[in-house]
Design a protein around this ligand. Structure first.
Ligand code: FAD
Length: 368
C-alpha cells in the first residue's frame, strides 16, 4: 500500500488466528468446539500457499520417522488419521500437507490463504490486524483477541562470523536446502548441532566430495534412540522459564541432547558425524579453524536454528530488556488480548497441540 492509498474499511471478528500450522489449527479446532464459528467468529489467516504449515517447505528427502515424529492434531483420530500409520516412503511435506488439508476440510476451519499479516496494532475495541495478499490487496480486521501461531520457519537464524562477506562460495540456511544432489562432488561445510545439520551430513555422505561439521558446543548424544521423557521435560521447563522471564529462548536440542537412532549410529561409526569446534572465520574459498587450518568449501550450510517469527507484532512493542517476549501459559504479559501459540515451551509438535486447548479456553474467558 502506498502512503496516499485509502485505508481499507476494517472487518470485524472476535478472534483472529495468525498461522495455520499445527499450533494455529489446534487452537482453531478447540475454539470451534467451544462454540465459536470458524470463518466468522474466528478468522484463520495463513500467508503460505498450501496446507501443512512449515512442513510444506521442508526438503523432498525428509521423511517422517524417529527423528521427525509429528504429533497428531486433536480431532484427527475421529477422522481415522494417525501420523504413526502414515506412509514413510512419501516425503514428510506431502504427508503432513495432505493430512492437514483433510483436517481443515473435515472441521470446516475455512482458512484464508495466502494472506500475510503485516502488522498488529492496538486500536479502540481491540487489536487491528493488517493483511496483504500476494497480488497486493490490503485489508484490516479488528479483533477482540489475536492468537499468534506464526512459527519460526520465516526467520532462520544465522550467526555472524568474520569473513561471511568475503566468502565467495554458496551460503545457505536450512530453509534453502533442497537435496544432497545439488552438492554432488563438492566440499561442504555444515554448521550447527541440531537434527537438521545431522540430517544434511547423513544425506551428503557419499554424494559430496567431503564434508566437515562445525558446532558452537560439542554435540551431546543422548545415549537413547528416542528423546527421553526426563530430558524433554527439563528442556520444556527451561523454555517456559525463559518465556516467563521475557528472555530469548534457548535451543531445545541444547537441553535434551540428540537421540541416537540406528541411522545416526551408523553415521557415527563411519565417521560421517564428527563435530569439530566452531571455526574462527571464513575466507574467500573456505573456513579457517581455530588451529589455523584452512578448510576448502564450495558451500557452507548454516543449520543454526530459527527464531520465533514475530516481526508483524513489532507495533505492539513486546520486546523486553532481556531481548525476548514475556509469555505466561501462552498469553502475552504485556498485551492481555494477545496469545502466542507454539511459542517457547509449546514449540514442538506435542507442545503446539496441547497449547491449542489451553489457549482456546483462555481466549473464550477473555471474550466473556
Ligand atoms: P508452523 O508449522 O511454522 O506454522 C506457522 C504458519 O504460520 C505457517 O503456515 C506460516 O505460513 C504462517 N505464518 C507465519 N507468519 C505469518 C504471517 N505474518 N501472516 C500469516 N501467516 C503467517 N517438531 C517436531 O515435533 N518434530 C519434528 O520432527 C520437527 N522437525 C522440524 C524440522 C525443522 C527443519 C524445523 C525448522 C522444525 C521442526 N520441528 C519439529 C518443530 C516445528 O516447529 C513443528 O513441527 C511445527 O511445524 C510447529 O508448528 P507451528 O504451527 O508452531 O508452526
Amino acid at each position: 500500500m502506498t502512503d496516499d492509498a485509502p485505508t481499507p474499511t476494517a472487518q470485524h471478528a472476535r478472534v483472529v488466528v495468525i498461522g495455520a500450522g499445527q499450533a494455529g489449527l489446534s487452537v482453531g479446532y478447540h475454539l470451534g468446539r467451544l462454540g465459536l464459528a470458524p470463518g466468522s467468529d474466528v478468522v484463520l489467516l495463513d500467508r503460505s500457499p498450501g496446507t501443512g504449515g512449515a512442513w510444506q517447505f521442508r526438503w523432498e528427502s525428509l521423511r517422517l520417522g524417529a527423528a521427525h515424529r509429528v504429533s497428531d492434531l486433536p480431532g484427527m483420530h475421529e477422522m481415522g488419521l494417525r501420523f504413526d500409520d502414515a506412509d514413510r516412503s512419501r516425503p514428510a511435506r506431502d504427508v503432513v500437507g495432505e493430512y492437514y488439508r483433510r483436517f481443515e476440510e473435515h472441521h470446516a476451519l475455512r482458512v484464508r490463504r495466502p494472506v500475510e499479516v503485516t502488522a498488529v496494532e492496538r486500536v479502540e475495541g481491540g487489536l487491528c490486524v493488517s493483511t496483504r495478499t500476494p497480488d497486493g490487496r490490503v485489508g484490516r480486521i479488528v479483533a477482540e483477541v489475536v492468537v499468534n501461531a506464526s512459527g519460526t520457519w520465516g526467520t532462520p537464524f544465522v550467526p555472524w562470523y568474520p569473513g561471511r562477506e568475503v566468502y565467495r562460495g554458496r551460503q545457505l540456511d536450512t530453509t534453502g536446502y533442497r537435496s544432497a544432489a545439488e552438492f554432488a562432488g563438492q566440499d561442504v561445510v555444515v554448521v550447527g548441532g541440531g537434527t537438521s545439520a545431522i540430517g544434511f551430513l547423513l544425506e551428503l555422505d557419499g554424494v559430496a566430495a567431503r564434508t566437515r561439521w562445525f558446532t558452537r558446543r560439542p554435540v551431546t548424544w543422548s545415549g537413547t534412540s528416542a528423546l527421553g521423557v526426563e530430558s524433554a521435560v527439563a528442556a520444556v521447563r527451561e523454555q517456559d522459564r525463559a518465556a516467563r522471564a521475557g528472555e530469548t529462548l534457548p535451543s531445545i536440542v541444547s537441553g535434551t541432547g540428540v537421540p541416537v537412532s540406528r541411522r545416526i549410529r551408523a553415521g557415527l561409526d563411519h565417521g560421517v558425524l564428527r563435530d569439530e569446534p566452531m571455526f574462527a572465520r571464513l575466507d574467500e574459498d573456505g573456513v579457517v579453524t581455530g588451529d589455523g587450518e584452512h578448510v576448502h568449501a564450495d558451500a557452507v550450510i548454516w543449520a543454526t536454528g530459527f527464531r520465533a517469527d514475530l516481526r508483524h507484532l513489532a507495533p505492539l512493542h513486546l520486546r523486553t530488556g532481556a531481548g525476548g517476549v514475556a509469555v505466561e501459559d501462552g498469553r502475552s504479559a504485556a498485551e492481555p488480548r494477545l496469545f502466542l501459540a507454539g511459542y517457547g515451551p509449546q514449540a514442538s509438535t506435542i507442545g503446539a497441540n496441547r497449547a491449542g486447548r489451553l489457549i482456546a479456553r483462555q481466549v473464550v474467558a477473555a471474550l466473556a
